[in-house]
Design a protein around this ligand. Structure first.
Ligand code: SF4
Length: 373
């Protein structure tokens, strides 16, 4: 199932309205975090390190609806934590569907088959399944043997029931490009609507040569992965953002394009950093020192960052900012396979072996177990 035309129209007309009204800082996707607890403890995740009394808290459905209404973004991404552990997730999703928001419910899928009866298939609802590569790579990334098989099983069940399904993949330095490309084939064979990709965010920041090389390594990795693209691969991302990851374009960070709301309020400045909170979205826009953020700001916390929550809204904005941007997007969507002989050679470079799996929780442990216990 391709992205519905109604979604393309809703998002395009929304962005055009913002541009025509001269609004410089507009939200595109609300990152709504209704809880922080999770039934996994992935090595690359910085979201579950809170003390137990924080991990026990949930946003109420009313708090979620207020944030969505206040923000006005046409799309809502629900990460976490694991949203399926929220006791009222069915109610939250139903309320957002009623508001005609395009929702990406990001889940590791461990509970999806068990909770799928809470949801109705809708063009507004997409399950965005966290899968970080082929079986070995994914199980290693989520520190849970069997995680890949459970997630793939859930993808099949959701598709069988008529839901929209995408995958959601975070790639860290050292990912094997050949394996990632094989993973794309596997996901397309499963029949998912599209694939989302983002580089992982490293909290180890210092403004030195090492960090420059870090960003360069990210670009090199994505160039190897995304060049010589197969026509059957479908990505649920701005094509210009993919070109940004490949090092073909540069954009400033526009973190207000994907603002984050969670139990603390509106998070400054972005999904990754926590430099304070605002009570309202307007206050977030008015009181955040935006010039202190983004790679060009010199802020060491931003030095290596190329994540989608900072830069995808920038790429979408570029599409609608000029005829050249629009034509580049059309070309990238319809006509380009990014032929690149150098990138083909990169695929044959020796790769470091995958490290042995670190099993954080025993496989017999209940999937319902939260980190609050
Ligand atoms: S570059 Fe942007 S998205 Fe990345 S950490 Fe800085 S403010 Fe956040």
């Amino acid at each position: 199932m391709p992205v519905p035309v109604s979604q393309i129209w809703t998002v395009s007309s929304y962005v055009l309205r913002q541009k025509l009204s001269g609004r410089k800082q507009y939200p595109l996707v609300l990152m709504l975090e209704p809880l922080f607890r999770c039934n996994l403890a992935c090595a690359g995740c910085g979201k579950i390190q809170y003390p137990a009394h924080i991990l026990k808290k949930d946003l109420t459905p009313e708090e979620c609806f207020r944030a969505v209404d206040e923000c006005g973004a046409p799309m809502v991404s629900i990460p976490g934590g694991e949203p399926l552990m929220h006791p009222q997730i069915g109610e939250i999703i139903a309320g957002l569907v009623a508001r005609k928001k395009y929702i990406y419910l990001c889940t590791n899928a461990l509970l999806l088959k068990e909770k799928i009866h809470l949801f109705q298939p809708s063009k507004y609802l997409t399950f965005s399944i966290h899968l970080d590569g082929q079986r070995e790579e994914h199980d290693l990334a989520v520190c849970r043997e069997g995680g890949y098989d459970i997630a793939v099983d859930a993808v099949k069940e959701a598709l069988r029931r008529g839901f929209r399904v995408t995958t959601n993949t975070t790639l860290f330095d050292g990912a094997n490009p050949k394996s990632v490309r094989a993973f794309f084939d596997e996901m397309m064979d499963l029949g998912v609507e599209g694939m989302m990709l983002s580089p992982g965010y490293s909290y180890d920041k210092a403004p030195d040569q090492k960090h420059f090389l870090g960003r360069a390594r990210t670009r090199r990795m994505f160039r190897a992965i995304l060049s010589n693209r197969k026509k059957r691969w479908r990505f649920n991302l701005s094509p210009l953002f993919l070109e940004f990851l490949m090092g073909k374009r540069t954009y400033p960070c526009t973190p207000w394009g994907m603002p984050t709301y969670n139990i603390f309020g509106w998070q400054k400045p972005c999904y990754l950093l926590q430099d304070g909170y605002a009570e309202t979205f307007s206050e977030l826009l008015a009181t955040t020192e935006w010039s202190n953020y983004g790679t060009e700001s010199g802020n060491p916390a931003c030095a290596n960052c190329m994540v989608h929550s900072g830069y995808e809204a920038s790429a979408v904005n570029a599409t609608f900012s000029s005829l050249a941007g629009f034509l580049a997007t059309v070309k990238a969507t319809l006509f380009t396979t990014y032929k690149d002989d150098e990138a083909l050679k990169m695929l044959e470079e020796p790769q470091a072996p995958v490290h042995p799996l670190i099993q954080i929780a025993p496989t017999t442990q209940s999937l319902e177990e939260a980190r609050t216990t």
